[in-house]
Design a protein around this ligand. Structure first.
Ligand code: C5P
Length: 329
């Protein structure tokens, strides 16, 4: 029974990592495409809000499944979310931050090409490490600090190389690289802090990931609505303006991404998550060359190699010497 269970968990781990890789690559490209199409533009704040609605519905279903009955599921949700309001409010922090983060990612995708955006966003490894040291009092190894330095250098190289040829098919008017870069950078800080905070909340109690995500999404709805209203002059009437099939697909892809992140952190870990995203960068770069006339310069390629290399170096865990192998040394 045990080996069967382990086999199943290993299977979930690898399947979730492969799905995360594909989701990451597709999301970057799709966001860029959605923001540069010459059609009536949708509100990105509305897309973020809709993704939270999807996530909430999916997580409620998963909590029911966990409790093995609809009634028990509702009972345990009532007990955790409503009766334990103080604890629910603790999840307010990442909930608010993820809404801001997801909005910033849209700003970034609107102003930077998909490949540059994807590489820059990897700086979240740096910010995550920073907050892990500060908040969780984790210690980093020497080579991990070195890896973070290489990562920053790689992103700088990518940022300094100019990319994406002007094309009549894609509207690049009114785009600002500085704004895109600034938004990606801010999203990195938020991703780092929210990720670590959520990990702390998750590990300090035995409330399940899905229940935590119900709390997360439930609180995201008011925050997401306020963000939308602030951005759209307080009118809810036109919230779904410009929502065609492609935008709905994008919203689902983003919602699915959040849930896959949760599964990956549960069954694998944050380091494997880093590997998955680095493979996603390669897919994004190759696809960008075909889809967006992206020009791969040497500077960009070297920068990307730095970023990917640093993710591997950061995740490197030296094997403890095995006494049985000592004879072979
Ligand atoms: O890039 P990063 O790993 O910070 O992305 C996190 C994304 O996953 C955010 O869009 C956030 O909304 C989502 N998320 C989630 N549930 C979690 C953790 C993250 O929906 N438990």
């Amino acid at each position: 029974y045990l080996s069967n269970k382990q086999g199943k968990q290993g299977y979930i781990k690898y399947v979730s990592l492969v799905i995360l890789t594909l989701q990451n690559a597709t999301l970057g490209l799709s966001m860029r495409y959605a923001r540069t199409r010459k059609v009536e533009m949708f509100s990105s704040a509305a897309a973020v809000l809709m993704a939270e609605v999807f996530k909430l519905v999916i997580c409620i279903v998963l909590v029911m499944q966990e409790s093995r009955s609809i009634r028990k599921g509702f009972q345990s949700m009532y007990a955790t979310v409503i009766l334990n309001v103080k604890d629910t409010l603790r999840v307010c922090v990442p909930s608010f931050l993820y809404i801001i983060q997801n909005n910033l990612l849209y700003v970034s995708a609107s102003n930077l090409d998909a490949a540059t955006y994807q590489v820059t966003y990897q700086l979240k490894l740096l910010t995550t490490a920073f907050f892990a040291v500060i908040v969780l009092k984790r210690k980093l190894k020497k080579w991990q600090w070195f890896a973070l330095g290489i990562l920053a250098a790689g992103v700088a190289l990518v940022q300094l190389s100019s990319t994406e040829k002007k094309d009549s098919e894609i509207s690049t008017e009114g785009q600002s690289r500085i704004l895109g870069f600034g938004a990606a950078l801010a999203a990195c800080f938020i991703s780092g802090f929210a990720g670590i905070y959520f990990e702390k909340v998750l590990k300090e109690s035995d409330i399940s990931v899905w229940m935590r995500n119900v709390q997360l999404s439930l609180l995201s709805l008011p925050f997401g609505t306020i963000t939308y209203l602030v951005n759209n002059e307080g009118s809810m009437k036109t919230i779904l303006k410009g929502f065609d099939g492609f935008v709905w697909y994008l919203v689902l892809l983003q919602a699915a991404g959040g849930l896959i992140v949760a599964v990956v952190v549960k069954y694998a870990d944050n380091i494997l998550k880093g590997f998955a995203t680095s493979v996603a960068i390669i897919i994004s770069c190759v696809a960008s060359m075909y889809l967006f006339n992206f020009i791969l310069t040497i500077q960009f390629a070297v920068g990307t190699m730095f970023v990917i290399g640093s993710i591997f170096l950061y995740g490197y865990v030296p094997k403890k010497p095995d006494p049985r192998n000592n004879l072979n040394v």
